[in-house]
Design a protein around this ligand. Sequence first.
Ligand code: 13P
Ligand code: SF4
Length: 344
Amino acid sequence: MPYTQDQIFNEAHRLYGLLSHVSKTKAQKWTLADCQAAAPYILAINDAKKAKNAVVLAHSYTTPDIVYGVADFRGDSYQLAQKARETNAQMIVFAGVWFMAETAKILNPNKQVVIPAGQAGCTLADSMTAVDVQKLRAQHPGVPALCYINSSAEVKAQCDACVTSGNVFDIAQKMPGKQLIFVPDMLMAQNIAIELKRRGTPKEIISSGGSCCVHDKYRPEQVEKLRADYPGIVVIAHPECAPEVCALCDYVGSTKGMADYVSKSDARQFGMLTELGLVNRLETEHPDKSFIWPFGVCSYMKKNSLINTLQALLAPRPDQIVTVDVQVAAAAQKSIHKMFELAQ
Ligand code: 13P
Ligand code: SF4
């Protein structure tokens, strides 16, 4: 690659300055050698972005070399959908999973949207089809239907609005009637019912679908062990966790919600019931705080790398180019815009 030793040295040291204390695996931190290996790709991606008028949007669950090396914006599903809607760039490179890149494409039908990880799935998005939603709605006529953003364009097209983990409870509360269909996260559906009852606005939540293969693994024992091993620890979780786990935590929220909670908290030690990437972000951004992470890696998110990001920017393979049927996209766009409206 056409970069001088000085350029590579400087980029490697910049990254290592940020990541030297950050977990690469449970047992290993980011090393200078890791950063030296990443530096030429980071330089090349940042040059290619300029040449292509492209923007890189990265979910916080992707790896720190992407998040701190090449991302123009890093965040949760809602923030990334907002950024996708606002960008003036001609090309969007979405380091995340398929449904996120698909959402960006639905909001930008005339732009090229690519996903380095190719058709990286998500156990939630993959758990439900449009026909499943049609059947559920036929069984419950007149009941409004929300879908989690972790769903396909076809599923979004069948629902009144979509939601993210950052706005799910407020939007569910705003929906009319005493019953609500919510797909495809059956654990989040239980958390909605509990939260709406706590707010004094109970609803019957009718749900179908699956669960997140990362967050559904946490059990109440993990929270109990964290509290026993680290007295005074603050335990935080994502609302894709089971309600019996959430009930034991100090805070439950989206990846942005968890990051904001840590920023505002005076606590020094946090138990993290969520994916490694968010733990990496908080380790990077709060070197004065410590984070205990029992386990939890999303293999779909981790399919994004610097190598496939560079390749997708320069010469995307067909499986990396996001396309959505025009009619499906139009109906799914309504459900996404409804979310933006209701999230105000
Ligand atoms: P967030 O919107 O909270 O980032 O959640 C997305 C996700 O896939 C969590 O598993
Ligand atoms: Fe899907 Fe779970 Fe991965 Fe999030 S962490 S993208 S919900 S599989």
